[in-house]
Write a protein that binds this ligand. Structure first.
Ligand code: CP
Length: 317
């Protein structure tokens, strides 16, 4: 059996995504019933970029499953500098039952997965943030019901990892995903193409527009993200300044009024009030961001335990 990883949202099928979300819901209702990592088995969790939620939620997830989170500081490990990604993967795969990595290029995590011999989970790369979108889908499901046919409007940087993961993860779920972004910050063409293909297979649709109202009109969920993703700090003055290309894409009460009356507001956090979202929206009644943040724990327990189980079943088959 092929070793499975979760490096991008479409590394799982539509049916598997539904199973994993159902597992996340079960785990949320009964947090300590899944003991897949009892031993405790070690899961290596590496960070090459800043984090709060991801370190917290993966540490808690691994502990809840009966395992031990071995947090590795990327500045110490210097993966790919001090030694090759392949050698790091070979070492970690001997001691850990899974590897979770937040890094820069998608090529880095793909190389890790090629050599690790244990499941590898993407905890954010420049291109994708699939664990976040899994948690977001769980949140949407909790508030708006079955995902197929629901509409998600995302506003902001259409070229960042959240936009890409909403496109793939939402389309895989059979949702209508609309991305409002300036023409200068379009999603990568190959990701848009893949999302369009997935949407066609599962009854959803994909739209990229520069009209914020078109993206949120009648939407069940409205989402945004920081205009300055990790690694873009040097562009902060431009991205958040008076000439920012994203100003028209701010989520405020005026814009939210175009969404469905029961629409929820999502933000992966950290949030910058007054830039991508106004305080009255993120701190208002339609905002579900704190529950969304908590769902990182449940969704990650589900994907991690599912992948480890798949690997064990494959080894014993
Ligand atoms: N949303 C998210 O991934 O949060 P952190 O960057 O704090 O981990």
């Amino acid at each position: 059996m092929t070793l499975r990883h979760f490096l991008r949202d479409d590394d799982i099928t539509h049916e598997e995504q539904a199973q994993i979300l159902a597992r996340a819901a079960r785990i949320k209702a009964a947090p300590f019933t899944d003991r897949t990592l009892v031993g405790p088995e070690v899961v290596a969790v590496l960070f090459d970029k800043q984090t709060l939620r991801t370190q917290l939620s993966f540490s808690a997830a691994i502990a809840h499953l009966g395992g031990f989170p071995m947090i590795v500081d990327g500045k110490l490990a210097q993966v790919g500098v001090r030694e090759s990604i392949a050698d790091v993967a070979r070492v970690m795969g001997r001691e850990a039952v899974a590897i979770v990595w937040r890094t820069y290029g998608q090529d880095r995590i793909e190389e890790m997965a090629r050599y690790a011999q244990v499941p590898v989970i993407n905890a954010l790369t420049d291109d994708f943030h699939p664990c976040q979108v899994l948690a977001d889908l769980q949140t949407i499901q909790e508030h708006r019901g079955d995902l197929p046919g629901l509409t998600l409007g995302y506003l902001g940087d259409g070229a960042n990892n959240m936009a890409h993961s909403y496109l793939l993860g939402g389309a895989l779920a059979g949702m209508h995903v609309r991305v409002a972004t300036p023409s200068t910050h379009q999603p990568k063409p190959e990701i848009l193409e893949r999302a369009t293909e997935l949407a066609a297979q599962h009854g959803g649709s994909v739209l990229v527009t520069d009209d914020p109202i078109e993206a949120v009109r009648g939407a069940d969920a409205v989402a945004t993200d920081t205009w300055v993703s990790m690694g873009q700090e040097k562009e902060k003055d431009h991205r958040q300044g008076e000439e920012s290309p994203f100003l028209r894409f701010q989520v405020n009460t005026e814009l939210m009024a175009h969404a469905d009356a029961e629409a929820i507001f999502l933000h992966c956090l950290p949030a910058y009030r007054g830039f991508e979202v106004t305080a009255d929206v993120i701190d208002g009644p339609q905002s579900v961001v704190w529950g969304e943040s908590e769902n990182r724990l449940h969704a990650q327990k589900a994907i991690l335990s599912w992948l480890v189980e798949q690997h064990r079943n494959g080894e014993s088959a």
